[in-house]
Design a binder for this molecule. Structure first.
Ligand code: ACM
Length: 533
């Protein structure tokens, strides 16, 4: 053998040996198995297969039906700025052979919101019967990726997805939050941020409490003084605000893209001082009261006997229904202590008819159960005693579960929480999570329940930080209660998964309440998802 040949063999062998060791260690390590990931709401079924797929600069996002293009674009927009990858979005009839995120519609999944997410070494496939299911699959994929993707800033982390098959679908079709924009007003950007955060946890309704004694927050073109006068202040007497119809439509559209339906509320016949202050003719004595900046409830009422009251409601609901694609309009109905019981029932009966005439179904706070309920009216259980909601069940209504001692997130976590109140008690993160919708109230069974909603009243809530501090992390537990069967949930397991969200909540810049009962773990003190078992 010539000396130079033997030298080259030597180099080839050395390179081979080096590669066997160092090339192997450079391969993506296998992430911890899927079941140990930090997904909230808890995935219904997970079969890990022990390997990984890496999203990289050659990954493409492909979709099989035109209907999925917005979801594909949403995913690309989320990942492009943080990764710097091109991530081309293309339509394709069949699954690509390698390095894909493939979104597809199929008849083989029977639920509207369910999905299947299958990750192989070649890529990720998300299948559902409807675009909403694919969107939820995308939210799961998002939570399987490093928390750093949430910062919006360029990252250097490797984007590994553990291989396996996830099958997931929600228990309840209504998984919501309510935001009171009347007592304090929150602008379009704050509402959009809340929508973005809710969508990560697969929530699908945002109920906006648009009117109350302290402020009227939606433009009604046929009654312009409602916003001119009634929208000019709030509990903070110097600050008002309202959404123009264009702004409201923008919120609705933004929410729709995240598969969240806006449920608007016009609180009637009480909680109406802002309207009564705007139009003297809505008052029985024809005299407009002053604008109200306090925190009392139960002192105002529309004039039940006047015809103009029903013209007013017809106009307001008509304009609102025309810009609300969702099926529900909420008519309030709570704490109408200034309306006699007979007048109340008469009024709620008429209000339901008006809402139905405009093609929408009614949701009302649980006092509406005293009226003759129309077959499609939903009763929202909030009061500390459940008898109103049970009356609703007896009259055939479905119940939206929001019992104050569990889900009123304006309640503080404990005595030293920096914002909030405590008339329904303190609600620790565990208290909000560790109960079952199906057993909470005798007389309300699973088949009577439409879903779950966590209200946030804003008498003492003034800023987006206040909202986030009261709502996070309790709202994540609500998302899970609406999604994951009660039999698969328990606090001891949940609190670990919640604790693993620390980096994600930080990356999202959420001002969450870091309960000492939750084992918060950041990547620096936990095994990272890139660590081999
Ligand atoms: C309510 O808390 N008044 C519904």
């Amino acid at each position: 053998m010539k000396p130079y040949l033997s030298l080259s063999y030597f180099f080839v062998i050395c390179f081979g040996l080096t590669c066997l060791t160092s090339c192997q260690t450079k391969r993506p390590a296998i992430p911890k198995d899927l079941a140990k990931q930090q997904v909230i709401p808890k995935l219904v079924s997970v079969i890990p297969t022990g390997s990984s797929y890496e999203i990289n600069n050659n990954t493409s996002i492909q979709y099989q039906s035109e209907k999925l293009q917005p979801v594909a674009d949403y995913l690309a927009k989320m990942l492009r700025p943080v990764t710097g990858f091109e991530l081309p979005v293309k339509m394709k009839d069949s699954k690509p052979s390698s390095n894909y995120i493939y979104l597809t519609l199929t008849d083989s999944i029977s639920t509207d919101e369910g999905y299947k997410l299958e990750t192989k070494e070649s890529g990720v496939e998300i299948k559902a019967s409807k675009p909403v299911g694919v969107f939820y699959g995308v939210q799961t994929l998002r939570q399987l990726l490093p928390a750093s993707i949430e910062t919006g800033a360029k990252i250097t982390d490797t984007l590994l997805v553990a291989t396996g098959v996830i099958k997931d679908n929600p228990t309840y079709g209504y998984r919501g939050a309510m935001l009171d924009v009347s007592r304090h007003f929150f602008g379009v950007e704050d509402v959009k941020r809340y929508i973005d955060l809710l969508s990560i946890y697969k929530m699908n309704r945002l109920h906006l409490h648009l009117t109350d004694d302290q402020g009227w927050r939606i433009e009604i073109k046929s009654w312009p003084k409602l916003t001119e006068i009634g929208g000019s202040t709030s509990i903070d007497s110097t600050k008002g605000g309202f959404y123009t119809q264009e702004q409201y439509k923008d919120i609705v559209k933004y929410a729709q893209k995240r598969f969240i339906t806006i449920v608007p509320e016009i609180d009637l016949p009480g909680h109406t001082n802002a309207a009564l202050a705007s139009y003297p003719e809505l008052n029985c004595d024809g005299v407009a009261p002053k604008l109200y900046h306090g925190t009392k409830v139960g002192f105002s009422s529309l004039c039940i006997d006047k015809e103009i009251t029903y013209k007013f409601i017809d106009d307001v609901i008509g304009e609102l229904a025309a810009i609300t694609p969702g099926e529900y309009i909420h008519i309030g109905g709570d704490e109408s202590h200034a309306t006699s019981p007979e007048d109340y029932v008469y009024f709620i009966d008429k209000a339901q008819e008006i809402v139905n005439k405009h093609g929408k179904k009614v949701i009302g706070w649980d006092e509406v159960a005293h009226a003759k309920l129309l077959p499609n009216t939903i009763v929202q259980f909030w009061s500390r005693k459940g008898e109103n909601a049970v009356e609703g069940v007896e009259k055939g209504a479905k119940i939206l579960m929001s019992p104050a001692p569990k889900l009123y997130f304006d309640m503080k976590y404990d005595s030293i929480t920096r914002v909030g109140q405590n008339w329904a008690g303190y609600i620790k993160v565990e208290d909000a999570y560790s109960w079952d919708l199906e057993t909470y109230q005798e007389g309300i069974a699973k088949e009577n329940i439409l879903g779950i909603e966590a209200p946030l009243w804003t008498e003492y809530v003034q800023t987006m930080d206040d909202i986030e501090h009261l709502v996070f992390p309790r709202i994540m537990g609500v998302a899970e209660m609406g999604w994951t069967p009660a039999s698969q949930r328990n606090w001891d397991e949940y609190k670990v998964r919640l604790g693993n969200h620390k980096d994600r909540l930080d990356a999202l810049d959420i001002d969450y309440y870091a309960s000492t009962f939750v084992p918060w773990r950041s990547k620096t003190n936990q095994e990272t998802s890139n660590t081999k078992e």
